[in-house]
Ligand binder design. Structure first.
Ligand code: GRF
Length: 201
């Protein structure tokens, strides 16, 4: 069974959804370690309460390369095969990304390549798009830019605020993140250029 490492910085609802699917057997991976760069992240206490191995590695005051070396040490201690970013609010260094080529996943609350970066739901409401959603993608050295594994579409309503839109997108995030991890962990997919094709290997 593939061993996943989860990196988070905050609320941890995506991690919680992944953990639920791991526990109920619908997502056949092992959660090897949960790492938070913030001690106060709710996701860290969720992991501990659920009995998963979890640590805080505080990032404050450390430059990216130094911090990422600590992260890599921790991940290798736990023999991690696949990394899932779940609300991890730091950019990863090129050295870190090279250490896990095509094996780092991220979830972003928009239909990439629209609205990368922070406050994607707010950006979508302000832009007046009719549809937004979420994207699970492979992390490369560019922000929110790597090959797309899965997306889900959410329609905007006339009176949507960033908050109401975020809530509907989040429900889809919780569904597709586990599905994407299942695809990658099974090895049953092929990457052709930017295209990730599930079901062929
Ligand atoms: C989610 O909206 C995710 O798409 C983004 O950060 C948020 C994390 O939420 N990358 P949570 O911590 O998983 O609840």
């Amino acid at each position: 069974m593939k061993r996943i490492g989860v990196l988070l910085s905050g609320r941890g609802s995506n991690f919680q959804a992944i953990a639920r699917n791991v526990r109920n057997g619908s997502l056949p991976v092992e959660i090897a370690i949960v790492i938070s760069n913030r001690a106060e992240a709710a996701g860290l206490s969720i992991a501990t309460d659920l009995g998963f191995p979890a640590v805080c590695l505080p990032s404050k005051g450390l430059d990216r390369e130094t911090y990422d070396r600590q992260l890599l040490d921790e991940l290798s201690k736990h023999n991690v095969d696949l990394i899932c970013l779940a609300g991890y609010m730091r950019l990863l260094s090129p050295a870190f990304i090279r250490a896990f080529p095509m094996r780092i996943l991220n979830i972003h609350p928009s239909l990439l390549p629209s609205f990368p970066g922070l406050d994607a739901q707010h950006q979508a409401v302000e832009h007046g798009v009719k549809y937004s959603g979420c994207t699970v993608h492979i992390v490369d050295e560019h922000l929110d830019a790597g090959p797309i594994i899965l997306q889900a579409v959410v329609a905007l309503e006339g009176n949507d605020s960033a908050d109401t839109l975020s809530a509907r997108i989040l429900a889809e995030e919780h569904r597709i993140y586990s599905e994407a991890i299942r695809i990658v962990a099974s090895g049953n997919y092929r990457i052709d250029g930017r295209r990730v094709n599930p079901g062929v290997s």
